[in-house]
Design a protein around this ligand. Structure first.
Ligand SMILES: [Zn+2]
Length: 79
């Protein structure tokens, strides 16, 4: 049983090591691309939910998470 655990752990570490090496190798190539794909997070002005910009809706220079919150954010946000 212990032997099985040991080999499982060893395999996992080996896998992590290989992944790290693979990443380090082409990090210079990948970084600019991944930066372009990295999404900005925005905050819904109504409920405060953080969500990716692509899923948020622009509303009067701010962001909302859904059309309903765009409507709700207009009047009486501060009663
Ligand atoms: Zn919202």
């Amino acid at each position: 049983m212990m032997r099985l655990l040991f080999w499982g752990l060893a395999g996992w570490l080996l896998y992590l090591g290989i992944r790290k090496l693979g990443r380090g190798g082409d990090a210079s190539l990948r970084q600019p691309a991944s930066r372009g794909h990295a999404e900005d997070m925005v905050r819904c002005v109504t409920c405060g939910l953080n969500l990716p910009k692509s899923e948020a809706l622009p509303f009067e220079g701010r962001w909302v998470c859904c059309a309903e919150h765009a409507r709700n954010s207009q009047p009486a946000a501060h009663p």
